[in-house]
Write a protein that binds this ligand. Structure first.
Ligand code: GRF
Length: 219
């Protein structure tokens, strides 16, 4: 991806703290992730992730969704903004917006998301508490391609952590986040190296169809 002189370009979309963004920044700087972050785009003024990007010298864009009348005009502006940077891959990193079908189609096969559950379990919100309440023995995070159905695209890589006795949603979320920081840049690395592809809504690594739960990551 990119040619021999140019690195692949990522655009990262965030809404909040941006700890996943930070792991992309760190791995891009260290060379572990052979890609440049061309821009960070955020829909929430004051999000800490904007500071992380600015500190790393990455261009930032704020597109406040509350200033748009509905999803369509917001997503159209988002597309206009993202496309200026001509990304090879678009990374949703804690971007708390439901995206329109038009947006998802525009970035078809080059749009990744991370979700804090062992998808297909627990799409949507409050995943950690739901896993605890269900009495599950483990929880985790999943990187997946984005399709029009929320949290339902082909899984790429999944990391599990045990749910401990008396675990709180906060403590569990923190442990899972540590895994997120490893598996998300890894999936992006595979993509920009041309190893990760998608065909007929199935994710392939080095040409082999990945398990439905994604590549099982063991740290
Ligand atoms: C992560 O748990 C991610 O899985 C979810 O939102 C959170 C974002 O955290 N989609 P951060 O902003 O990257 O710290």
């Amino acid at each position: 991806m990119g040619d021999s002189n140019t690195k692949a370009k990522l655009v990262v979309l965030i809404s909040g703290s941006g700890s996943n963004l930070q792991s992309f920044i760190d791995q891009s700087l260290s060379g572990e992730l052979p890609a440049d972050i061309a821009a960070v785009i955020c829909n929430r003024p004051g999000a800490f992730g904007l500071e992380r990007a600015a500190k790393a010298g990455i261009p930032t864009e704020l597109i406040d969704h509350t200033l748009y009348e509905g999803r369509e005009p917001f997503d159209q502006e988002l597309i206009r903004c993202i496309d200026q940077y001509e990304p090879d891959l678009v990374i949703l990193a804690g971007f708390m917006r439901i995206l329109t079908p038009g947006f998802v189609q525009h970035y078809s096969n080059r749009l990744l998301n991370i979700h804090p559950s062992l998808l297909p379990k627990y799409p949507g919100l409050n995943t950690h508490q739901r896993a605890i309440d269900a009495g599950d023995s483990e929880a985790g995070a999943t990187v997946h391609f984005v399709t029009e159905v929320l949290d339902c695209g082909a899984n790429v890589v999944q990391a599990s952590v045990p749910i401990l006795k008396d675990d709180s949603a906060e403590a569990l979320a923190k442990r899972i986040l540590g895994q997120e920081h490893k598996i998300y840049p890894l999936a992006a690395k595979w993509f920009v190296e041309g190893r990760l592809t998608i065909k007929d809504n199935k994710a392939l690594l080095d040409g082999d169809v990945l398990p439905e739960s994604g590549f099982p990551f063991n740290s």
